[in-house]
Write a protein of this length. Structure first.
Length: 422
């Protein structure tokens, strides 16, 4: 189903032909992100991602955008804790153009001095924007609790101090050290000619030198008791992010964790949505999320809460976590969670862009690619006891971390006293 090659210099290419589509999506992934940075250069991966779009010797900044958008395509990029990705979705006949533009950006970006300084100002404004958005900033506070004084616990965008320290020379050196073939994966999905893509990729990348693959410092998780961080701000509602240390990307209970997430907070049928919003009207927005990394993970509960009912709502959320630890989910819940888990994946994989992201991320992080059939087979082995086991391993009092933003003066001790999971 998937075709994969590895060049002699370590670069990997993974493709999926979708003959009924009219588009093709291409991504270039680099094994570098926030957790590969130091305190001194925090935010440099994200800074570099911005600047790669500013032009090369072959393509000006404007020409990069016009080349893709001028034929009906779209162009984007993102930086995460473990990856940087540049991506295009385009009518299939322009596949070679997409590869040419993306590869030139990644390999030959010129990082003009004027753009380095201009983009520094843009990023500092972006940083301020996130600080002004409590629904975003609350996650930054939570990460600091989960992984204190570690790269995973620091914001991907960096800090005002670290971004101001980064120079053009720093960016060039970081790019030379990290944007190397052994750290690069090219993924493509859609109506594509595999042999043509293979030849194009080999022509562009084969001459690039083999270098060592990036490494990162593994996390330390030595939490002994619940942790709370309050940020007082006169907001109309209190923003909450509750987090527990969880499973790494390839953990045996990863699918049970996914179904636990669905049952608790992934949709409008979930327990938390029903109990907190529908039955009691305590929050407009409430849900759960899962983070997965090479060596760790996190399970999150997020909500926007009525300012006068913060303690009540936290207590109710924790009661639901205790309940799913102590009692098997019903057969009906279990069946619906499994169908939702697989159904959402099937729907996503019908899209060329989502399919490209699927195979690209797995190849870049695990150097393997799962088919839909593989996932269905694995998910069908999950039992209700597996979900309970996942909950018991994650929802522990000494793994509990809570960050809150809102008008919370003099409430810290009362809230902390509520952080019980027994």
């Amino acid at each position: 189903m998937y075709k994969k090659i590895r060049l002699d210099n370590g670069l990997r290419v993974i493709t999926h032909r979708m003959p009924d589509m009219q588009s093709v999506a291409v991504g270039i992934w680099i094994n570098v992100g926030g957790r590969y940075e130091s305190e001194q250069n925090k935010g440099i991966s994200h800074y570099l991602e911005h600047l790669v779009f500013k032009g090369t010797k072959k393509y000006s900044c404007r020409k990069i955008k016009e080349s893709i958008e001028g034929v009906g395509g779209s162009l984007n990029g993102f930086t995460s804790e473990e990856l940087t990705c540049y991506l295009v979705k385009i009518p299939s006949r322009y596949l070679e153009l997409a590869v040419d533009v993306l590869s030139d950006m990644v390999l030959n970006s010129s990082l003009p001095s004027v753009e380095v300084e201009k983009e520094k100002t843009v990023i500092l404004e972006e940083l301020k924007m996130y600080k002004d958005l409590p629904q975003s900033y609350v996650y930054e506070l939570l990460d600091e609790l989960l992984w204190p004084d570690q790269p995973l616990g620091a914001p991907i965008i960096g800090t005002v101090e670290s971004v101001n320290r980064i120079t053009r020379n720093d960016l060039n050196l970081f790019k030379r050290q990290n944007y190397t073939p052994s750290n690069i994966v090219i993924s493509a999905a859609g109506l594509l000619d595999y042999d043509k893509l293979k030849r194009k990729t080999e022509k562009i990348f084969s001459s690039r030198e083999l270098k060592n693959k990036n490494i990162f410092t593994k996390v330390k998780e030595e939490q002994a008791k619940p942790q709370l961080k309050l940020f007082h701000k006169e907001t109309e509602q209190t923003h909450m992010a509750l987090g527990f240390h969880s499973f790494k990307r390839e953990h045996p209970l990863r699918h049970a964790l996914g179904m636990l997430h669905i049952i608790l907070g992934a949709n409008m049928s979930s327990r938390l949505f029903n109990e907190v919003r529908e039955k009691r009207g305590l929050a407009y927005e409430i849900g759960t999320a899962v983070k997965r990394f090479h060596d760790t993970g996190a399970f999150l509960v997020h909500a926007g809460i009525d300012n006068n009912k913060v303690i009540e709502t936290i207590g109710l959320i924790l009661e639901e976590l205790i309940r799913i630890k102590d009692k098997l989910v019903t057969n009906d819940e279990f069946k619906r969670a499994k169908e939702f888990y697989l159904g959402q994946l099937m729907l996503a994989l019908e899209d060329t862009l989502d399919h490209m992201l699927w195979i690209g991320e797995y190849t870049a992080t695990l150097d393997k690619t799962y088919t839909l059939k593989d996932i269905i087979k694995e998910v069908n082995k999950v039992t209700r006891k597996d979900i309970m086991r996942a909950a018991k391993e994650i929802f522990l009092e000494n793994k509990l971390n809570l960050s809150l933003i809102g008008p919370l003066k003099d409430k810290e001790q009362d809230i902390y006293n509520k952080l019980k999971l027994s």
